[in-house]
Design a protein around this ligand. Structure first.
Ligand code: PPE
Length: 314
């Protein structure tokens, strides 16, 4: 990964190499952490974080669901992120807020371990490879099923839950694919290892509903809004594996991945292969929204208001 100067850790800006935890931290042993993934983009109004408050609200919800009291408010974390981006002189970056149960008590019960919070930012390029945006990526249906609400909390973004995505991702990469697609416990299509999934069939856009144990993706919601604004019918319903294979187009959405087509699934070409026309249109408008060139979605951008060290020096 690309290193920058500073990380925000428990209220202070510390040098990147000094942002450390104790090896007996609860979160390291039991996965008791919650996190977010956000991106800041260079926009005509300056660096801006896409749907920042929505991401932080989800962080707070994830923490609440795991009985983890956060020592900072949403607005404190928001300001800290602005300061951190500016202090590192970044114009575009990925943003990773993390809250974790720290050092103090061993054993499953986390309630006596203090909650620490960090925010890291760094430049992060194309998540699914440089060619992904144009050509799409090859996906594999995972043999691992997505976690269900019977044993974990699919709508929370918690560290331990990601072992599920990690297994699916390893399996797909070792088999020579770029991404894994997980089915839910009922065998319906759920999501990618780090993205939500959509199909296009006969001009209609379909995506699995909340009951499919998906993460309530912020990119997913944004793309649904954009698609409806463009006049498309967007339906949330269960999706079978064969519908995926027979779709005209399939694409995934996520903060890290942005909007990327699946050109093949399990070695079967989807539609004409590559990035289909509706996927390309949605990709164009979504990327415009991210980069502040679609005025209709200007409210989704949280402009970094603190003057950056880099711009102050010029
Ligand atoms: N599902 C999962 C399981 C998931 O991890 C993500 C985000 C999404 C859906 C899409 O959610 P949203 O970003 O709100 O649209 N995955 C994050 C972590 C990726 C990583 O490798 O780390 C991300 O995209 O930042």
């Amino acid at each position: 990964m690309e290193q920058v100067d500073l990380i925000w850790h428990n209220g202070e800006l510390v040098a990147w190499e000094d942002a450390k935890v104790h090896v007996l931290s609860h979160g390291l042993h039991y996965g008791t952490s919650v996190f977010e993934g956000e991106r800041a983009y260079e926009t005509p109004r300056g660096p801006a974080i896409f749907r920042h408050r929505d991401h932080l609200a989800r962080l707070l919800q994830s923490a609440q669901l795991y009985y983890m009291p956060l020592p900072y408010t949403l607005e404190e974390l928001r300001t800290a992120t602005h300061e951190l981006i500016a202090a590192n002189g970044l114009r575009e970056c990925y943003v990773r807020p993390l809250a974790y149960r720290g050092y103090g008590q061993m054993g499953i019960n986390p309630l006596d371990c203090e909650v620490s919070v960090s925010i890291a930012v760094w430049p992060w390029g194309a998540y699914l490879g440089d060619a992904a945006k144009k050509q799409g990526v090859r996906g594999k249906i995972s043999s691992w099923r997505r976690i269900t609400g019977e044993s974990l909390i699919p709508h929370a973004k918690a560290g331990g839950q990601y072992l599920n995505s990690v297994l699916a991702k390893i399996e797909s990469v070792k088999a020579g694919y770029e991404e894994a697609i997980l089915l839910d416990s009922r065998g319906f299509v759920c999501e990618g290892s780090g993205e939500n999934i959509f199909i296009v069939r006969d001009g209609e856009i379909v995506t699995p509903p909340q009951t499919a144990s998906i993460l309530d993706g912020i990119s997913r919601k944004s793309v649904m809004t954009i698609a409806r604004d463009l006049g498309y019918v967007v339906i949330e319903r269960d999706l079978t594996r064969s519908e995926l294979m027979l779709a005209d187009e399939v694409f995934v959405t996520g903060t890290a991945a942005e909007l990327v087509a699946l050109c093949e699934i399990d070695d079967q070409k989807i539609g004409q292969g590559g990035t289909g026309p509706i996927t390309a249109e949605l990709q164009r408008v979504f990327e415009g929204a991210l980069r502040g060139t679609e005025p209709r979605y200007a409210d989704w951008l949280d402009v970094v208001e603190v003057p950056s060290r880099a711009s102050a020096a010029t």
